[in-house]
Design a protein around this ligand. Sequence first.
Ligand code: AP5
Ligand code: MG
Ligand code: ZN
Length: 213
Amino acid sequence: MQIIMLGAPGAGKGTQAARIASKHTIPHISTGDIFRANIKEGTPLGVKAKSYMDKGELVPDELVCDLVSDRILKDDCTKGFILDGFPRTIPQAEALDKTMSENNMDALKCIDIEVPDGDIIGRMAGRRTCPVCNATYHIVNMPPKEEGKCDKCGMTLIQRDDDKEETVKNRLSVYHDQTAPLIDYYRKKGCLEEVDGTKSSDEVFASIEEILG
Ligand code: AP5
Ligand code: MG
Ligand code: ZN
């Protein structure tokens, strides 16, 4: 089972990907999380990625495609994987197709979580994330059991640097220009599934589980 989570920033890709990965014991591969880990460690990739991420722009395709190709060929991906935040451009989708077809991976499902732009700003303003295990919360919609602390590992939760309102607006416009065309791309390939992301996290998860069968 190879799964792509598509959707605007804040649609709930990370929230749902973590649940699916844990239920089906397949790796959750988030390119955003990979970049943030590199930024934290101060790697050359992190330094390059940060300048784009801080502005809400996409990191160039050449810094992402090989990284994901290498990752999905690792041993833990033989049963499948779930990609969260990749692909985000047509060239990234083409690179993924190439790696998948060369390696006989043929059970792709692309799940598009649909949430209108108007709902996004509030979701981002209330989002808190764990800097260690990447768990995601929302101060109103999905609060942690103890305020400000991760349920899973106890770390102090933080706000992402790119969740400032101005940056979120730019991320949304980048999404519409560069990533939304992938909806048609996967529809034409016949593997697109759309879910209503405005429902509760449990309801969204139930719709996805129904699709995955
Ligand atoms: P990335 O980390 O992928 O960010 P994003 O796509 O902008 O998406 P988010 O993580 O912000 O949202 P999400 O859909 O995961 O929502 P979440 O579950 O957290 O990328 C960051 C940056 O890295 C990019 O801008 C780019 O610069 C770079 N990058 C990454 N990948 C790249 C690539 N392939 N190519 C180029 N550049 C790349 O939910 C959001 C909030 O809503 C949370 O607080 C959550 O608790 C809450 N929530 C979730 N579901 C619900 C619900 N059903 N009801 C109510 N609240 C909900
Ligand atoms: Mg995310
Ligand atoms: Zn944690």
